[in-house]
Design a protein around this ligand. Structure first.
Ligand code: IMP
Ligand code: MG
Length: 174
């Protein structure tokens, strides 16, 4: 069963707030947004529409999860980004920071390509579940433990199209 956690309105407000912060920090400079597929496709598309800086959008697909709800601790790059990172402002756009393993891996990978700056923008942060030290530079919502879906985020590829962010409750969500 799904229980609504954040409404369309909550999300829209938070996305705008994040966009204003990013605009303020980058002061008109060009930004390359790296959307981590698939979970952050909806978030990225809403976020970049609120940002007036010259922007490029690129995509990366990594997998650290199968259909299970817990991390396997390994990160595979299934699709790398295409833009040249060197000397550029990079903002990694992620749906959720959980253990932190995925972002730690990606950040190190991109850091080696010598960007001018490298920031992390995450819609949701499950801070209490962190296994490695990593913080988002721009974080939408901090949430407790619990499995969330909707607004691009899935459970076994389901619920990505749900326009709200919901918690899976009952047997599945344990
Ligand atoms: P981390 O490496 O443990 O930080 O994993 C982060 C990734 O795990 C996110 O990008 C999500 O794809 C996935 N994930 C973590 N928590 C949830 C959740 O509650 N619902 C759906 N996916 C999740
Ligand atoms: Mg993900």
């Amino acid at each position: 069963m799904l229980e609504k956690l954040f409404s369309k309105r909550d999300i829209a407000k938070t996305v705008k707030k994040l966009a204003r912060k990013i605009e303020k920090d980058f002061k008109g400079e060009e930004i390359i947004f790296v959307c981590l597929l698939k979970g952050s496709f909806m978030f990225t598309s809403d976020l970049v529409r609120c940002i007036r800086n010259p922007s490029r959008i690129d995509f990366m697909r990594v997998s650290s999860y199968g259909s299970a709800m817990k991390t396997k601790g390994t990160v595979n790059v299934l699709k790398d980004m295409e833009e040249d990172v060197e000397g550029k402002n990079i903002v990694i756009v992620e749906d959720i920071i959980d253990s932190g393993l995925t972002l730690t891996h990606i950040r190190e990978m991109l850091r080696k390509r010598n960007p001018k700056s490298l920031k992390i923008c995450a819609l949701l942060d499950k801070r209490a579940r962190r296994e490695v030290e990593i913080e988002g530079d721009y974080v939408g919502f901090t949430i407790d433990d619990g499995f969330v879906v909707g607004y691009g985020i899935d459970y076994a590829e389901q619920y990505r199209n749900c326009p709200e962010i919901c918690v899976v409750v009952g047997e599945e969500g344990k």
